[in-house]
Design a protein around this ligand. Structure first.
Ligand code: ZN
Length: 57
């Protein structure tokens, strides 16, 4: 059984359905961070993404 890290952008931006899922936490956070900058123009720190938006599934 492998845990995956999942980050649902909807929790940060209500009208966005972007979802990142990866078996690697660092990869999930990196992809989400890129997405937040490119699509929402927001600088979100890795820590913030980890503590507030990342869930394991
Ligand atoms: Zn988004």
């Amino acid at each position: 059984m492998t845990d995956a890290y999942r980050l649902d952008c909807e929790s940060a931006a209500a009208d966005c359905r972007f979802i990142v899922q990866s078996e690697k936490e660092s990869e999930a956070v990196e992809l989400a961070s890129d997405h937040m900058q490119e699509v929402h123009g927001q600088e979100v720190t890795d820590d913030e993404l980890r503590t507030e938006h990342l869930e394991t599934v």
